[in-house]
Design a protein around this ligand. Structure first.
Ligand SMILES: Cc1cc2nc3c(=O)[nH]c(=O)nc-3n(C[C@H](O)[C@H](O)[C@H](O)COP(=O)(O)OP(=O)(O)OC[C@H]3O[C@@H](n4cnc5c(N)ncnc54)[C@H](O)[C@@H]3O)c2cc1C
Length: 377
């Protein structure tokens, strides 16, 4: 008997889970991996697209390259999830599973922020990053705001990276002196679990004349007056607004009855939901780590190891630690690294490695190792 696994979402979590199960179980595995898109892109590639460093075509990894024993990829839109019956409906059919893994990530709710679509930009989707790339050449003087709209949001370093890379972009274009850059963040410091990373980022902002606005969110934009309205009703004028939009679970997850307070609750040790045989990993959950690919991947590894142990009669893996490394772009082809651990101790901890060209190479290796492992490219 083969283990029938249905994996919803081929992002960081779904790809790693499918790869690990295929490697260990091969002919004992009958895994269906479903995603509505035809390709995957790393979250950080949106920064490359936004600043014109790469084209969208160059950063897309096509799912048709997934050729793994026991795994079949289906490009279909998931339209319903019944977690009690472990049955999934798509625009093309229905799937029943012994084990169902929900790895559908986080979507954006642009309409939740008055004025955002009419008067601003977001760079968290590929389409949004492409629009910013088109808008940037028209910005040569005035005020730019990189603004977080609500929590939680993906990749906590990304707004800081966007501000630093915007500085670099405007400097290269010879217009930096005519522009102001502000960064609005809901935290007191850029990366709360890592004081050293926060210190390095605050020093980099100070050196580059970037204004850091802590403990604030952008509530709305008023496109007619070109002001951003913050959550304390104070106003900041802008000529270019680069927003981090409100996040939410995909509609199909909200309709499945699996969420509590907006996200899927799981046992943080083993990623099980309250429904037998149903796991949830990554951004779609409220597991207690930030929303970042490295954490989705780590959660996938724990679920895969647990299923493999069950099938092969081995020992169950250690509890999920919620630990991972995030790379932080400082500009000038220098990248720093923050190593964080959210779940193994009483409170989150984080250490920092100073930005360097060597770490930029390590970040490249991070991407190319996943590209090879998941796509055989
Ligand atoms: C600008 C930016 C920079 C980032 N930088 C980093 C970084 O440096 N390091 C890092 O670790 N993370 C980074 N991230 C975050 C990272 O991209 C996400 O946290 C990660 O992709 C989450 O993985 P996941 O598997 O949980 O979900 P995702 O990778 O989002 O995958 C979910 C999948 O579900 C699919 N899906 C959703 N709904 C449906 C449906 N109804 N039917 C079918 N398919 C569906 C989607 O198409 C998607 O492929 C960054 C994100 C952004 C926006």
């Amino acid at each position: 008997m083969k283990l029938r696994v249905v994996v919803l979402g081929a992002g960081f979590g779904g790809l790693e889970l499918s790869t690990m199960l295929s490697e260990a179980l091969a002919d004992r595995l009958d895994l269906t991996l479903i995603d509505k898109n035809d390709s995957f892109i790393f979250g950080y590639s949106k920064l490359d697209v936004m600043f014109g460093r790469k084209t969208p075509g160059a950063v897309r990894l096509a799912y048709r390259n997934i050729l793994k024993p026991g795994v079949r990829f289906r490009q279909e839109e998931i339209t319903a999830i019944d977690p009690e019956a472990r049955r999934v409906t798509t625009n093309r059919g229905a799937y029943d599973a012994d084990v169902l893994v929900v790895a559908l990530g986080a979507d954006y709710d642009l309409d939740a922020t008055p004025g955002l679509t009419a008067g601003g930009n977001e760079f968290y989707s590929v389409a949004g990053a492409e629009r910013v790339r088109e808008a940037l050449p028209t910005f040569s003087k005035g005020r730019a705001i990189v603004g977080v709209i609500s929590e939680p949001f993906k990749c906590p370093p990304a707004p800081s990276e966007a501000a630093l890379l915007l500085h670099e972009h405007l400097t290269a274009g010879g217009v930096r002196a005519a522009c102001e850059i502000s960064l609005v963040m809901p935290f007191g410091v850029p990366i709360p679990p890592s004081p050293a990373t926060s210190r390095a980022l605050l020093a980099a902002f100070a050196e580059r004349g970037i204004t850091f606005v802590p403990n604030r969110r952008v509530r709305a934009l008023d496109p007619a007056r070109r002001v951003a309205i913050l959550d304390d009703e104070s106003e900041m004028p802008y000529d270019l607004f680069l927003g981090i939009p409100k996040h939410r679970v995909p509609g199909v997850v909200a309709a499945s009855g699996m969420t509590v307070d907006g996200w899927i609750p799981v046992n943080p040790k083993n990623l099980q939901t309250q429904f037998p045989g149903v796991y949830a990993i990554g951004d779609v959950t409220s597991v207690g780590t930030p929303k970042a690919g490295v954490f989705s991947e780590g959660a996938a590894r724990v679920v895969a190891a647990s299923l493999i142990a069950e099938l092969q009669g081995g020992e169950q893996p250690a509890a999920y630690a919620g630990a991972g490394s995030c790379y932080v772009e400082f500009g000038g082809e220098r990248v720093g690294r923050v190593d964080v651990d959210f779940l193994s101790g009483p409170s989150p901890t984080g250490s920092f490695i100073e930005p360097s060209v060597a770490l930029a190479g390590e970040k490249q290796d991070f991407g190319s190792s996943r590209r090879a492992r998941w796509f055989g490219l």
